[in-house]
Design a protein around this ligand. Structure first.
Ligand code: DHB
Ligand code: MG
Length: 222
């Protein structure tokens, strides 16, 4: 048996053991699949991990960089109180239309603002407006991972948490000479992280339904 089979089976087993039936997120996943979106959304267990972090710090304002079909945005919105706010960005207009429909159907549309366009533009606009967020999920084009982290740090307060997805990419990130722009982007982010002060940071490698990858975790202290 391939290890990847085991990862997938284990993911399914953990999901079955720990998570309840979730018609809301299942519907979004199914709709996203039907609409032909890339299968890059977080897994159910990962969505619950983000939700749990949000509840731990009682985040009221969440910034998501990279919406895709709205799966993680809805999972996070659901973890928050009624007065909470999520800003999520999506560069692809067709993807954004699918996401907006999913968000509208979810019943959490009043908490989620989907900003269509380049994430960098949204981040610069939010910085200019003096916005502050409690939690940031970086999950857009990996080429800009470092730039997104840099902007996220400008948009957060002490105590805020930043999570960056896809920092392992099957181990491809080990290759310092890679010509893959996504891998280069992740490596730039990790090199930048090394220079940071006023941040507590770690990473978790993950295996599961989406193969071998990982997330970096940052807590802003100063
Ligand atoms: C890719 C992007 C993601 O956000 C993800 O979780 C997995 C893969 C990708 O672009 O390959
Ligand atoms: Mg991702």
């Amino acid at each position: 048996m391939q290890m990847s089979d085991t990862f997938e089976k284990m993911d399914a087993y953990l999901e079955q053991s720990l998570l309840r039936a979730d018609p809301l997120l299942e519907k979004i996943a199914e709709n996203s699949r039907k609409e032909g979106l890339v299968p890059h959304a977080v897994t159910p267990l990962q969505a619950e991990f983000l939700a749990l972090l949000i509840r731990l710090i009682d985040a009221k304002r969440v910034l998501e960089i990279g919406c895709l079909g709205g799966y993680s945005a809805v999972a996070m919105a659901r973890a928050m109180s009624n007065d909470a706010y999520i800003l999520t960005t999506e560069i692809d207009t067709r993807t954004a239309a699918v996401a907006q429909a999913n968000i509208d159907q979810s019943g959490f549309g009043d908490r989620i603002e989907l900003r269509i366009g380049p994430a960098m533009q949204a981040l610069d606009d939010e910085i200019a407006a003096g916005s502050v967020f409690d939690f940031v999920f970086i999950d857009a084009d990996k080429v800009n991972h470092k730039n997104y982290l840099e902007k996220a740090l400008q948009l957060t307060r002490p105590g805020a948490v930043i999570v960056a997805d896809n920092i392992v990419r099957g181990g491809g990130v080990l290759d310092a000479d890679s010509e893959d722009n996504s891998i280069r982007g992740i490596r730039e982010m990790l090199a930048f992280a090394q220079t940071l002060q006023g941040v507590e940071q770690t990473a978790m490698q993950t295996v599961g339904a989406k193969g071998y990858d990982g997330m970096a975790l940052f807590r802003v202290t100063g």
